[in-house]
Design a protein around this ligand. Structure first.
Ligand code: TXA
Ligand code: MG
Length: 330
């Protein structure tokens, strides 16, 4: 690992995908775009590569990874699908939905990647570059968001370089991502459970299932132990600057993360203003969220004040990430 040096960033192309696949096969760490956020890929079957991935991110090894695969056929080789799980896969793959399923008997994914659980999270990404790399590589690729653990997820190659430059082998660049928040995670348990709101609104999932999703018990979001959805740590997706939610007026020196066409009182005193979506569009807001948090964080304001954001559709995922960003840290 060339700590301190930059990692090469290559524009996406067929040749870059082939190089990325070779790098993965040799145990390397490759960041690439998915439709949700940039992921940091490693060969899911190579325990040494997975160990290096945890180390590069500074990620606790009790927090398991999502295996990215080409299609449902490949998914069936590593996980067991019941009828509701298959209905979700057919409805939303390729796309921003991850399913937590029982591992199959012959599951080739390294135990370290699933933190020793007997379940595995999998998804088939929709981004053409991710798909090309998966096709060229041939096997499952584990890919957490390509940021330092606990930090805001990357939506551009430059964000990846900022967090992980010199710690990983290659960054494949295809411009900003489309969705901007991570995949929705559904636990396919006896009663399907929403483990993380994300790119597919939970209402759409419930329509396909024909029933409501269960919510994880309270202790699933505690900051200690081994929670049910281990990545749902209370403080996560966090900028360094303190975040204040549901701001209805701005105090002097605060930076404002706005939403919609209306001005908030006190905005003249804000040290910086960015609007997630001037026209109040939640899809546009999701795509801008992490980039704007990073940009405001870099301005060194005392506090980032965030205007209220409606909680429907993608607003559910946006508010989930903002609540985690706002949790008090040491
Ligand atoms: O959109 C996404 O899902 C992105 C892109 C790169 O695909 N990936 C991503 O991965 O967000 P990561 O590692 O940042 O988040 C994965 C989440 C974590 O919260 C982890 O705890 C949870 O998935 N997870 C993984 N395997 C699990 C399992 N077997 N049971 C419960 N939760 C699991
Ligand atoms: Mg992450």
């Amino acid at each position: 690992m060339n700590v301190g040096l930059k990692t090469p960033i290559l524009p996406a192309s067929e040749a870059t995908a082939a190089m990325a696949a070779r790098c993965l096969a040799e145990g390397g760490l490759v960041a690439f775009p998915t439709e949700t956020v940039y992921g940091l890929g490693a060969d899911a079957t190579n325990a040494a590569a997975v160990a290096r991935l945890y180390q590069a991110k500074g990620r606790p090894a009790f927090n398991p990874l999502i295996a990215h695969i080409r299609d449902i056929e490949a998914a069936r080789q590593i996980a067991q699908f019941d009828a509701p799980a298959m209905a979700l896969a057919v409805a939303f793959w390729p796309g921003p939905l991850s399913l937590v399923l029982p591992k199959s008997k012959g599951c080739v994914v390294a135990d370290l990647a699933t933190a020793g659980l007997d379940t595995i999270a999998i998804r088939v990404p929709a981004h053409p570059v991710a798909r090309e790399i998966l096709r060229a590589f041939g096997g499952p690729v584990v890919a957490p968001s390509a940021n330092l653990s606990g930090h805001v997820s990357p939506t551009t190659a430059a964000h990846v370089q900022t967090d992980l430059g010199g710690r990983i082998d290659l960054v494949v660049d295809d411009g900003p991502v489309e969705v901007g928040v991570e995949s929705t995670i559904v636990g396919c348990f006896e009663q399907p459970m929403l483990l993380r709101p994300g790119g597919v609104p939970s209402g759409e999932i419930e329509r396909v299932l024909g029933r409501a999703l269960a919510q994880p018990p309270e202790d699933a979001v505690s900051d200690t132990g081994q929670p049910l959805a281990p990545g749902m740590l209370a403080s996560h997706y966090a900028p360094r600057t303190k975040v204040r939610l549901n701001a209805r007026r701005i105090e002097g020196g605060e930076a404002l993360l706005a939403f919609g066409p209306n001005a908030v009182p006190g905005v003249e005193a804000a040290s910086a203003v960015m609007n997630l979506s001037q026209r109040g569009d939640l899809t546009e807001a999701a795509a801008n969220l992490f980039g704007y948090l990073r940009a405001l964080d870099a301005k060194g304001a005392r506090v980032i004040a965030v205007m209220p954001i409606p909680d429907h559709g993608l607003g559910e995922a946006i508010n989930d990430r903002l609540r985690r960003a706002a949790v008090e840290r040491q």
